[in-house]
Design a protein around this ligand. Structure first.
Ligand SMILES: Cc1ncc(C[n+]2csc(CCOP(=O)(O)OP(=O)(O)O)c2C)c(N)n1
Ligand code: SF4
Ligand code: SF4
Ligand code: SF4
Length: 914
């Protein structure tokens, strides 16, 4: 128990909220209230006597806080235990229960004050919630403005960084410096959005001479830093800044540019708070020092200089000591470079005067945005990191957890440094740039002469090739959605490159060209959809995802949506695919212009195959009912001609994958307008109610190797064994990518991964071979960059095969540490096959029925050295930090032997019946 010995109102709680409650109790009691908090340390066994012995005699009212929501229960668990403990012994005590911290909300002192204020009311509310504004069931307690109850000498700071710019690492380092070298207490919280890389990072740090209890994020800051210039347009960063606090902005602007360009809201906030404003051009300094984009040390030094949490000279000494221990082994030059970064952070920091006129700075007129309500009312708010402010009523249309599709295209993150510029005269119109783009943000467009005439001035085009020469052709990237991975330019096969990467800052006009491209009419695909070039004239129904720049996973799924997207149902395992595939409010799966797109859902990591199988069975159960109703309807005489025709067409093509959509849509339309009465009319209506289920769908089950090879393997095996018509796509990054690269059974021998620090000791599992052993499962291994055609062919065959299919796709990932970067994703897919690291094959049981060998080996005999591949990735080369060169050679040789053995097995299979 903590608080007033003669408290009349107390809170009973478990876990870290106790710290907040203690702080708040101190705050309230210092203002004359008599409050307290009882902390339950041991929940089971729950000892009534100990609880009763800890509650002061003076207590009249108790609020029990639970961080859980037990649907259907009369109260939450701790509340019920407390009620039971007191009901006979102290029945006069009034007990209410409430929920806190739901949806990972912070619990702050002002929320705790609202709990104590509730206890003071004549009739305190029970079953209340705090931390949300519940304007639907009105259970939330009203919350006053946030109070700052932290010790006045505790220094609080918030840093905004870009994922992988080093901000988080630098802040961890600052915490260590202060923790190790001073007697101060230190605390840090790090929060991230759900983009894979290139997202937002927020670091909240506290330092102080007294113990720090506050187990919540900083909401009143002495210091705010913005390490990413673009954020000043998006986030309300200065909201927590205290009066007299400091703001550090990393930006290349002169004082004049600041006056001209700094958003008015920031100017006003600085002036109103009488804040100190500092700038540093960390990006230029880093570039000049040879640190590339690593601005972290420079900004960290600037922080120490401004904040004075410790004497700046001490901070410099400690930072330099930390540099020696981190980089000492990498040579004097690296150490020197980082020393210089520290010195530059101190010496090149510039203070900017905040003129009084900024108090009245006026906002520029906002450009109106053509976006659905969901985007402006929910997605934009969440993307500004202000989602916690949304009231419950904002979500009434989403109570079942469904979110609209196609929301990612509105994000326009503008995170690329360089984007591709198209050089029309070099272009051979192969569409390969579009084929490989991980974000579907470079596409070929076909324009009529009129559309060309209406286009923006710099919208160059060339005459389309033979099959579509009635149109003008243009390759258009989306400037603000491109991540700058460079894969498009890298693969561009024209003699002189038709794509060159140029700074986004110089290419902003492309944004308008993209917007125009999105308005032009859709043309019938002039080529075969199932060809590399033709597939890219189909709308991608996965676009602008939050995957890392250059991710190897997304191009496969994007291609599948171009081939089957308007009838796909996707069950997605948890993993990167579910994070870039659908993290609220960002939904990159989208409908086509007719409103048809993949339905997508994510269940668990471990049960995805079963989940997808359930989708398939559930859908078909209802579809069978619809098919029966079609039969029933046909039995009626004198059906209207249009209905008879629609039924006949439907029957003819209901099982035709490519035409099922057309005949189902037609029948749906006719049923909608059907005026029949009596039994026939009733049957029509019942069928019309089920018209969403007429289509032959394409069931996909998608996930990573961690899911398919390891945790979900039992279920996957079971579903493949079922013989049903489901398609499984495994994006094989050879590690658990989403959680930072843990080894899976797909990790090859020798690869360094988490839990395999010395290189994996055993060889990769052959999932494909296991599935082939059933004899009735279609199996393929693909690697897009190695063979675009084989990838497309395998996806097509898998989908067409009337039974279970398993496609395993090699997917380069940031966790591989590709030397040369993710710009080489496609190239690595090619290298993998050419060096015998990865093998391409297709096993099609249908061929057996034709008397042919079902196994087709699409990989040629490796023409390059296996170790050449390994030497291109840090996950292999880092072995040399642990082992002697001889030992590394030995591991590499073992890895090559394992891959050779695999290839020989495939060769034997391919030769079996020749
Ligand atoms: C049962 C369970 N264990 C662990 C996790 C945490 N987790 C989420 S995603 C993930 C890794 C997924 O790896 P993989 O299947 O290879 O997909 P990738 O991220 O590589 O696309 C893990 C371990 C979880 N969600 N559920
Ligand atoms: S740079 Fe990358 S993200 Fe941008 S258009 Fe090219 S392939 Fe797509
Ligand atoms: S890859 Fe190059 S040549 Fe091919 S369409 Fe794109 S820009 Fe043109
Ligand atoms: S698979 Fe790798 S590259 Fe792709 S999003 Fe995940 S971590 Fe990033």
């Amino acid at each position: 128990y903590y608080g007033a010995p003669d408290a009349e109102e107390i809170i009973i709680c478990m876990g870290s909220v106790y710290g907040t409650a203690c702080e708040t109790v101190d705050f309230l009691n210092s203002r004359g209230r008599k409050t307290g908090v009882l902390h339950v340390h041991l929940y089971r066994p729950f000892v009534d006597a100990l609880l009763l012995g800890s509650i002061p005699e003076s207590v009249k009212r108790i609020a029990v806080l639970d961080r859980t929501k037990e649907s259907g229960s009369t109260g939450e668990p701790l509340y019920l235990d407390v009620v039971k403990a007191l009901c006979h012994t102290r029945p006069e005590v009034e007990i209410v229960g409430g929920r806190y911290g739901l949806g990972s909300k912070n619990t702050t002192p002002s929320q705790i004050i609202s709990v104590f204020d509730n206890l003071k009311l004549p009739e305190p509310k029970t079953n209340f919630t705090i931390g949300i504004v519940d304007d639907v069931s009105y259970l939330s307690l009203p919350e006053e403005e946030e109070v700052d109850v932290t010790d006045k000498d505790t220094f609080q700071a918030r840093f905004w960084g870009l994922g992988s710019d080093g901000t988080v690492g630098a802040n961890k380092n600052s915490i260590k410096i202060i923790g190790d070298h001073t007697d101060q207490y230190a605390q840090a919280y790090f929060s991230y959005d759900s983009k894979k890389s290139g997202g937002v990072t927020i670091s909240d740090l506290r330092f102080g001479k007294k113990p720090i209890r506050a187990p919540y994020l900083v909401h009143t800051a002495d210091f705010v830093a913005c390490h990413t210039p673009a954020y000043i347009y998006t986030y309300d960063m200065l909201a927590p800044l205290k009066k007299g606090g400091s703001f550090l902005l990393n930006i290349a602007w002169s004082d004049e540019e600041i006056e001209a360009k700094l958003p008015a809201s920031i100017k006003r906030a600085l002036a109103e708070r009488n804040a100190e404003f500092y700038v540093i051009d960390a990006a230029t300094i880093a570039e000049e020092l040879g640190l590339g984009g690593r601005i972290n040390t420079i900004c960290q030094a600037a922080f120490f200089k401004i904040s004075k949490v410790i004497p700046v000279d001490d901070a410099v000494t400690y930072m330099k000591q930390a540099i020696v221990s981190s980089y000492g082994k990498r040579g004097e030059d690296i150490v020197k470079m980082n020393y210089n970064a520290v010195d530059a952070g101190i010496s090149q920091l510039r203070k900017v005067e905040v003129p009084e006129s900024w108090n009245k700075a006026e906002d520029k007129a906002e450009i109106e945005r053509d976006a659905p309500d969901f985007i402006t009312d929910i997605a934009d708010v969440m993307n500004r990191q202000e989602g916690d402010s949304l009231p419950v009523s904002a979500f009434v249309d989403h109570v079942d957890g469904t979110f609209p599709q196609g929301t990612s295209r509105y994000e326009k993150r503008g995170i690329a440094f360089n984007i591709p510029r198209w050089i029309p005269e070099n272009c051979i119109q192969c569409n390969q740039c579009s084929y490989v783009c991980p974000h579907a943000v470079i596409r070929p467009f076909l324009l009529t002469e009129e559309e060309k005439a209406n286009a923006p001035e710099d919208y160059e085009t060339i005459t389309g090739m033979r099959q579509y020469d009635q149109y003008q052709f243009r390759i258009q990237p989306s400037a603000l959605d491109c991540t700058g991975c460079g894969n498009c330019a890298e693969v561009c096969p024209s003699k002189e490159k038709s794509l060159v990467m140029e700074p986004l800052a110089d290419q902003m006009h492309q944004a308008e060209n993209w917007d125009y491209s999105m308005t032009i009419s859709r043309k019938e695909n002039p080529l075969k959809k199932f060809s590399v070039k033709g597939s890219q004239f189909e709308e991608p129904l996965l676009e602008c995802s939050g995957a890392c720049a250059g991710c190897g996973e997304t191009p496969y799924v994007k291609l599948a949506t171009q081939l089957f997207g308007d009838r796909m149902m996707i069950a997605n395992a948890t993993g990167c695919t579910s994070i870039w595939g659908g993290s609220a409010p960002s939904m990159p799966y989208c409908p086509n212009r007719d409103g048809h797109g993949p339905s997508w859902a994510n269940s668990l990591f471990e049960d995805n195959a079963e989940y997808g199988f359930g989708m398939y069975l559930g859908y078909n159960q209802i579809r069978n009912r619809a098919l029966q109703l079609v039969k029933d309807l046909e039995k009626f005489d004198d059906l209207p001609a249009d209905l008879s025709q629609a039924l006949a067409d439907f029957n003819e093509f209901s099982q035709d994958r490519e035409r099922s959509r057309e005949v189902s849509d037609k029948l749906t339309q006719v049923l909608k307008n059907c005026k029949l009465s009596g039994e026939a009319g009733e049957t029509c209506k019942r069928l019309s109610d089920l018209s969403d289920y007429l289509m032959l769908r394409s069931q996909w089950i998608i996930g990573g190797d961690g899911w398919a090879y390891d945790i979900g393997f039992g279920g996957l095996d079971h579903v493949l064994a079922s013989g049903e018509d489901v398609n499984v796509l495994v994006l094989d990054t050879e590690v658990y990518s989403n959680t930072g690269g843990q080894a899976s059974k797909a990790t090859p021998l020798g690869a360094v991964a988490q839990f395999a620090a010395g290189g994996k000791e055993r060889q990769k599992k052959d999932l494909g071979l296991m599935a082939m052993s059933y004899g009735y499962v279609y199996v393929a291994q693909i690697s897009m960059g190695a063979n675009y055609n084989q990838t497309l062919k395998a996806l097509r065959e898998a989908e067409e095969y009337d039974g279970p299919s398993l496609v395993i796709a090699y997917a380069p990932c940031i966790n591989h540490g590709i030397r040369g970067g993710m710009v080489l994703s496609q190239q690595r897919e090619k290298d993998a096959v050419e060096t015998g690291y990865w093998h391409l094959y297709r096993f099609n049981p249908d061929l057996e029925a034709e008397g042919k060998n079902p196994f087709v080996l699409d990989s040629r005999e490796p023409k390059r050295d296996y170790t050449e591949f390994l030497k291109g990735e840090v996950r292999y080369t880092s072995l040399s930090q642990k082992y002697s060169p001889e030992k590394v050679d030995e591991i590499f040789a073992k890895a090559r032997d394992a891959a050779d053995r695999r290839y020989k097995t495939y060769q034997r299979l391919a030769a079996a019946e020749e």
